[in-house]
Design a protein around this ligand. Structure first.
Ligand code: HEM
Length: 127
């Protein structure tokens, strides 16, 4: 029961995290004033914290851990890459081209993480 609930929280946070990242990219590239609103700076971090907390609790319950089990290792480093690309896209990228390229690459990495999650396999499309 707890696990199912955690998984719902985890997947919901993943969907919201992706939607907010996607929108923040568009708002940022268009110079939208929405980016200056307080909630835009707070809500994504709260959602991502919940995403990670639910992930770690589930990993503990099923006794499978990043750096020990290949699929969770892939998710862990995937998440790290997603965070780095996301910060280049929304903050550190020097030119608009760099920021858009990082924003697109982050979305590819996100899709990879979802495929790893659903296949429990670090190479989800290779059988
Ligand atoms: C952007 C980051 C992440 C995304 C998009 C994501 C996505 C998902 C999705 C879609 C599922 C459900 C898979 C299914 O249908 O069974 C899932 C399950 C899970 N994720 Fe994540 N995840 C992320 C990060 C992480 C991280 C970093 C960890 C590791 C600590 C993790 C641990 C787990 C675990 C343990 C499950 C449950 C698997 C099971 O049912 O046995 N996730 N994740």
């Amino acid at each position: 029961m707890t696990f199912i609930l955690l998984k719902h929280v985890h997947v919901s946070c993943a969907v919201i995290s992706f939607a907010l990242f996607f929108l923040r990219g568009i708002w940022s590239f268009n110079g939208s004033p929405i980016m200056q609103q307080g909630w835009v700076k707070v809500v994504p971090h709260a959602v991502d914290t919940l995403l990670l907390a639910s992930a770690l609790t589930m990993a503990f319950i099923i006794q499978q851990y990043p750096l020990m089990d290949a699929w969770l290792t892939a998710k862990f480093f995937g998440l790290l890459l997603y965070i780095i690309l996301g910060s280049v896209a929304l903050k550190y990228g020097k030119t608009k081209t760099t920021r858009i390229a990082a924003w697109l690459a982050a979305q590819v990495v996100f899709a990879y993480i979802v495929l790893v999650a659903t296949h429990h396999n670090p190479l989800p499309l290779i059988h």
